[in-house]
Design a protein around this ligand. Structure first.
Ligand code: CDP
Length: 807
């Protein structure tokens, strides 16, 4: 039981810098001084460097690989091809999605820039020179880059290795280029709802292929110690323990001989979850040469080979009554997975959590069907700042709701408000099988409307539209609205595992005799500020100042087993483990306090940083006194020491949500836009550090802006990848980035020990449909219904051209 707050307790609470305070990021002390320790900063004696020769063709048979000139380059020590890897049974590797992937091209190439040969040399430049000198003879094969065409009867067979396989990892395949069909919901009831629908919409909504594009590319440094039979792998891994398990399964080495270390990471966003050919080749090269081998991707390699995101082609239908109540949702997704199914999803979810597509709305019935297909594009399908395909479907539902509102002649906010799940309906069972934990959508939406002066914005827009029609202006004004519901915290063991390992997370907290604390977690920050915020949770829970708490992550030798950090799962899962471990410590400390104060445990109450005797506040023991006592004055029969471990299996996901509003002006003659305002209200339950949340939201909004307004990894008909460098892939800088207004409501999660939900990916999920709705909103009074992303100036200009606005 907690004691009531007093001026003294409030003052002591403030000193702790616990939850709710804007504690400055402790990791920034090293980052802002260039003292971070990234993979490329690590140099081991005798270290070699690897580089790939990559395919210039998108689909071709390999007739010959000649490595002789490469081997003659000074400094080159070895050149590996698929034939070499076959000797150690590593020419192909398993993917997280139950498929297999070529490590180095085996007989054919399936996408441009695919890895063909790995050149190992004494320095990076020699490795690159050697890679250039590898000669490959190709025989061209027909290329497929369109997922719909990939399923045509006469489409070329891409994956000859599995062409006769009737079943894939997720059930029957209907075509040699088919990976899976996944369905959820009640098809019959949904079809019936559409038969009865007074109004229905049906639109193909494409979320184009993009890339997480972290500032630091993927990289590793592998050192095999032949004498000890041990392997040490430094890497940019978002999930180091999972990587260690994969290495153990592939190599047969016991876990204690595999040391996986993720040092500082310069952004992950899902790109650093999977296992890539660079890791396998570096490991083999280290075993072959007996020396450490480093592999560092360059930007083009990163954008065009190690994973991609989205590429979902979503046919989205809504059924509604004429007065604006939704009665059914039917969605079919064609999911382009590229050459291999290397999607990073929990094992049982081939299309991630795309069955959150009902969003924030009370659909009585829904049906979702997803077909995964192979094309001649890079593999991946990672959760780019997203909880496993939530971003894609959030775009689909938020665009579709706007389109239906337009058809009904309703304001998009009014239509949303009419169909929101109501506060009293939580916990809410969705038609596609999720139990939403908590929400208060009407309050959040209303706050957003009031903060932005929505009604006045609509009036201003109307006046501008009239002026446009009169020819007095060439500017259009769009007001974009999006209301998203996220699903984060993968996940409960009942439905989430990776390679059979339940998706729990972990914390180990050790209190030293002097009251200082070491916390080790299964999560791994890539810039999210865990060293700052995890200490804040512990500070509040056990009353030791956050500055006295050190947080460690990322070393599999010392950290408890965790499933890693992606999909905003850290706070919902690892954050919960931290609170639970801290509570175990507090419970033991209470027993020690009772012994020392010679009272019954029940006679004590917790007061910020101490246990005090109820009714006698002068009688107390502080947590640091109890830490000391834990090592010399424990009650008879109690083990000394003060530490605890928690492995937390969450009972449910958490469901953060948000209301976003964007005001955008578009010049029809140039297609150039200006984001005049962007307001983002996020509800992530209990807020651990408001400043870090704001930083997370700013970053995610900037990414969302890049995606909606310009990014695309595009493939031409020959499979040539475009948009794989910063010359043509739009990465917003401070110059382009709009000003962000942030706001919040707090609806705690009822099942999370501290009521917190994740937040990191919310702004990416919510902002993309908001920008897209703003662009569409600008044009819809001219008869336009759906404009596809990305909305770069040229494409927006084309929309105006097609609408006859340049005549
Ligand atoms: O899994 P990941 O760390 O990427 O995402 P997250 O759980 O959303 O957390 C991102 C950062 O925001 C962490 O530093 C969290 O501690 C912080 N956060 C917070 O302060 N309060 C919340 N309710 C959620 C996250």
């Amino acid at each position: 039981m907690n004691a009531p707050a007093t001026p003294s307790s409030l003052e002591r609470a403030e000193k702790l810098q616990g939850m709710g305070c804007k504690r400055k990021r402790v990791e920034d002390v090293r980052f802002t001084q260039g003292r971070g320790n990234y993979v490329d900063d690590i140099k081991l004696p005798g270290m070699l460097h690897g580089d790939f020769h990559r395919s210039s063709h998108a689909h071709a048979r390999i007739l010959k690989i000649d490595t002789s000139k490469a081997k003659a380059v000074p400094g080159v020590l070895a050149v590996l091809t698929a034939e070499d890897l076959k000797g150690v049974n590593l020419a192909w590797m398993p993917t997280l999605a139950g498929d297999v992937q070529m490590v180095l091209a085996d007989g054919k190439v399936l996408f441009q820039n695919q890895e063909i040969a790995f050149v190992v040399a004494t320095d990076r430049y020699a490795a690159a020179d050697g890679a250039d000198m590898v000669e490959v003879e190709y025989e061209d094969l027909p290329v497929v880059v369109d997922p719909f065409k990939a399923m045509a009867a006469d489409a070329p067979v891409l994956r000859e290795d599995i062409k006769d396989k009737k079943d894939g990892a997720h059930g029957p395949r209907k075509h040699p280029n088919h990976i899976f069909n996944w369905q959820v919901g009640d098809k019959d009831l949904t079809d019936a709802a559409f038969l009865k629908a007074e109004v229905a919409t049906k639109d193909l909504l494409v979320y184009q292929r993009v890339h997480p594009c972290p500032l630091e590319t993927c990289q590793c440094l592998v050192s095999f110690d032949k004498i000890k039979g041990e392997i040490t792998i430094y890497g940019t891994f978002q999930a180091p323990h999972v990587i260690r398990t994969v290495v153990a399964l592939i190599s047969g080495l016991p876990e204690h001989k595999i040391h996986v270390i993720s040092p500082d990471i310069g952004g992950g966003f899902g790109n650093k979850v999977g296992a890539y050919p660079g890791y396998i080749c570096s490991a083999v090269a280290s075993i072959v040469t007996g020396l450490p081998v480093k592999w560092v991707e360059d930007r083009i390699e990163n954008l065009s080979t190690t994973s991609f995101a989205r590429d979902y082609h979503m046919t989205t239908e809504i059924a509604a009554t004429r007065d604006g109540r939704v009665t059914g949702l039917r969605v079919h997704i064609m999911a382009d997975h590229g050459a291999f199914d290397a999607c990073a999803d929990p094992s049982k979810w081939p299309a991630g959590f795309s069955n959150i597509v009902t969003g924030s709305y009370d659909f009585p019935v829904a049906h979702l069907s997803v077909d995964g297909v192979y094309t001649n594009k890079a593999p991946g399908g990672v959760a780019y700042r997203c909880s496993f395909r939530v971003t894609e479907v959030a775009y689909a539902i938020e665009r579709a709701m706007d389109i239906m509102a337009q058809k009904l002649g309703m304001d998009p906010v009014e239509f949303r408000m009419k169909n929101f799940i109501k506060r009293e309906q939580f916990p809410y069972q969705s038609a596609l099988g999720w139990e939403y934990d908590s929400g208060d959508y009407h309050t959040a939406m209303q706050k957003a409307l009031d903060a932005t002066g929505y009604a006045e914005l609509r009036e201003e827009q109307k006046a501008k539209q009239e002026a446009f029609r009169r020819g007095e202006t060439r500017q259009l004004m769009g007001v974009g609205v999006a209301f998203f519901t996220e699903i984060v915290g993968a996940g409960p063991s009942k439905n989430c595992d990776i390679l059979g390992i339940a998706m729990f997370d972990s914390a180990e907290i050790r209190i030293h005799p002097t009251g200082r604390v070491l916390g080790r977690m299964g999560s791994k920050s890539q810039g999210q500020g865990h060293e700052t915020t995890w200490a804040q949770i512990i500070a509040t829970e056990i009353g030791i100042p956050a500055d006295d708490i050190a947080i460690e992550e990322g070393n599999t030798d010392t950290a408890p087993y965790g499933l890693g950090t992606y999909g905003s799962r850290s706070t919902p899962v690892a954050g919960a483990a931290i609170a639970m471990a801290a509570r175990k410590i507090k419970a033991k400390a209470q027993m020690i306090a009772a012994f020392m104060l010679e009272v019954h445990e029940g006679d004590l109450e917790w007061d910020v940083d101490r246990f005090r005797v109820k009714g006698n506040p002068e009688q107390f023991k502080t947590m640091s006194q109890l830490a000391w006592a834990a090592y010399n004055k424990v009650p008879p029969g109690m083990e000394p020491g003060l530490e605890a471990v928690s492995y937390y299996d969450p009972p449910n996901m958490t469901y953060p949500f948000g209301a976003y509003i964007c005001v955008m002006d578009i010049d029809v003659d140039t297609g150039v836009h200006k984001v005049r305002r962007f307001y983002a209200l996020d509800d992530c339950g209990t807020r651990i550090n408001p400043m870090i949340i704001e930083g997370q939201v700013h970053g995610g909004l900037t990414e969302g802006y890049g995606i909606a307004m310009g990014q695309e990894i595009f493939y031409d008909a020959d499979g040539n990848v475009k948009g794989a460098s910063f010359m043509d892939y739009f990465l917003p800088t401070a110059v382009e980035t709009p000003h962000w207004e942030t706001d919040y409501t707090v609806t705690p999660s009822p099942h999370h020990p501290i009521g917190a939900k994740g937040v990191g990916e919310s702004p990416n999920v919510g902002s993309v449909p908001c920008f897209a709705n703003a662009v569409n909103d600008a044009f819809k009074f001219l008869g336009s219904t759906h404009i596809a992303m990305p909305h770069d100036a040229y494409r927006v200009w084309q929309v105006a051209e097609n609408l006859g606005l340049h005549a």
